[in-house]
Design a protein around this ligand. Sequence first.
Ligand code: PSV
Ligand code: MN
Length: 427
Amino acid sequence: MRIEKSVIAAHNEKELESHREQFSFLGSQLEKKNVNTEQIIQKLIDFQIAIPSWALGAGATRFGRFSIGGEPSTLADKINDVGIIHALTKAAGAISLHIPWDIPEDTEAIKELAATYDIVFDAVNSNTFQDQADQEYSYKFGSLSHVDERVRRQAITHNLKVIEYGKALGSTSITVWLADGASFPGQANFRIALQHVQASLQEIHAALPDDWRMLIEYKPYEPNFYSMVIPDWGTSLLLAEGCGEKASCLVDLGHHLPNTNIEQIVATLLMKGKLGGFHFNDSKYGDDDLTVGSIRPYQLFLIFNELVAGIDKSNGSYPPPAWMIDASHNLKDPLEDLIQSLEGIRIAYVQAMLINHAELESAQQEYNVVVCQQILQDAFRTDVRPIIREARLRAGGSISPLDLYREADTRGHLIKERGMKSIASGL
Ligand code: PSV
Ligand code: MN
């Protein structure tokens, strides 16, 4: 199923008058504060977020999985689903593949299909956290950190193969996330495990094409519960620096212990030029993979404040991080959930762009704590949704993507096409 431009235009027509009123009111309010709304809209139109190929079907907890019907069971179906999201939002012009869940059999045909939806291929992800039917050695006790050289070799070879798939698709980065670690004290030698991972990553890094990046993702626990070999941003940075120029860190919002100051981590990595990628989601306790902005929208806004400030300060010398949503959907229709996540991300981004950094910096210089807070909260409490709707409208998307998704009975059509029992590969 495709959402045709004419359907979007007809739906927009109904909403146009009310949208224009809201946008012009907000525009005049912001003008008084010297905010350049036009510039913000352009930045928003350019800001594209990748959809992970594994988040398009029903997720699961270890207690159960509830199918939603019409799930995409092939890579082509997954691209089609991202195409629907992108047609509606004009914010998701990229897909991120996880290998071997999504091995493209006919790369050219897949690329052509993606191009018809205006979708490019973002980071490719390797998977050495599960065993595959045809693999010789098990990853039960680890992969790049394993004590057995043959297991490490197998995992390195897999990563090199993932780079080859990525090259064929036009990706320019690989994300490495390791489940390696230990669930019991004494189970593993911390130093040896880290040395193995460093050496393995160096080998993968050496195989990267010139214009590629390797993004090293960290996570404090799960699936291992006592220690992970790459538990935090510090270890990720240490490994990235040990690899070289093309290696950097990937921040997944769900991969922090409760109350960690993620915005400070973001600022530090940006300062070091080592923030390479971002996985958006939201959480209350752990790696809950919930809809972006559903639990802690203020934290997301503070993170975007650091991103906007850090990237702007670099005056274009800093390649923007690879942006991706990494979520899982147990209760909602995944496409609706992803549309909500995109909205949450874009709201935080626009609010952060409202902050007058010169004013904030001078208030910081004077330790004017009250004004500092005021500047941030004034931006956070602005309802910027009319700007987001305007950006979507100008880019050819829908003013109200979620409403149109439902009115067009998109899930109903997908169920008719694919049946109730189709299952998406992934977690
Ligand atoms: C691990 O929790 C993670 O965040 C990594 O990015 C994986 O690639 C992804 O989720 C899917 O398991
Ligand atoms: Mn992730």
